[in-house]
Write a protein that binds this ligand. Structure first.
Ligand code: GDP
Length: 206
């Protein structure tokens, strides 16, 4: 059983200089704006406002780090969640998009304690072209990718499993690497943690 003991905002950063000490295994969350990323992190952390607190709208977009202390079957597991700024603002100027790409790729490609990236898509909408290109990049660049299909509550129950299978097929990920989720119904919280926690070993090669 997985239980959240504590969850707290740690810090905000843009440049590697500002990242926290690499003393916890990290799980990064990426998705287009409005996909439900903040709601997902809050649901996983068992907190209503963990993310919004640090995510003042209109401020320069940053990487936000959160520490979560878990009890997993009686053992402490101490991941750090990294909220990457959402992509896909159609109106964002080109220079801002470049800035976003640089900030994110620098983190993803150089962070030694990054264990797994949670890529989020909207279960109802399906993957957008930008989701697919981001996924293609992630699969080539980071140790592991877990695809989470959120807002699954918007699909009738009979359509959920076929949608997950379709997502696995489109993205060429194994079906076990695609997890249905709903922050609204708190569906998939245990399943996402169960997929993530075995990947958090700090031992090299672990
Ligand atoms: P972010 O921009 O990716 O961080 O997205 P937010 O978490 O702020 O959510 C964007 C919108 O989607 C908000 O109106 C949320 O209430 C809604 N939302 C988020 N998660 C879910 C979900 O699981 N189900 C439904 N139906 N709506 C959701």
């Amino acid at each position: 059983m997985i239980r959240v003991l504590d969850a707290r905002f740690l810090k905000t950063a843009v440049e590697p200089d500002g990242y926290p000490q690499p003393d916890r295994p990290e799980i990064a969350f990426v998705g287009r704006s409005n996909v439900g990323k903040s709601s997902m992190i809050n649901a996983l952390a068992g907190r209503n406002k963990l993310v919004r607190v640090s995510n003042t709208p209109g401020r320069t977009r940053t990487l936000n780090f959160f520490d979560v202390d878990l009890d997993v079957d009686g053992s402490r597991v101490l991941p750090r969640l990294v909220d990457l700024p959402g992509y896909g603002f159609a109106k964002a100027p080109k220079t801002e998009k470049k800035e976003w790409e640089r900030m994110i790729s620098r983190y993803l490609e150089s962070r030694s304690v990054l264990k797994v990236v949670v890529a989020i898509v909207d279960a109802e909408v399906g993957p957008t072209p930008e989701d697919l290109s981001t996924l293609g990049y992630l699969v080539d660049s980071v140790p592991r990718v877990l695809l989470v299909a959120t807002k699954i509550d918007r699909l009738p129950k009979a359509k959920r499993k076929p949608r997950i299978q379709e997502l696995a097929r489109i993205t060429r990920l194994p079906e076990a690497a695609v997890v249905p989720f709903s922050a609204t119904l708190k569906l998939g919280v245990d399943e996402v943690w169960e997929s993530l926690t075995p990947q958090l070993s700090m031992n090299p090669g672990g």
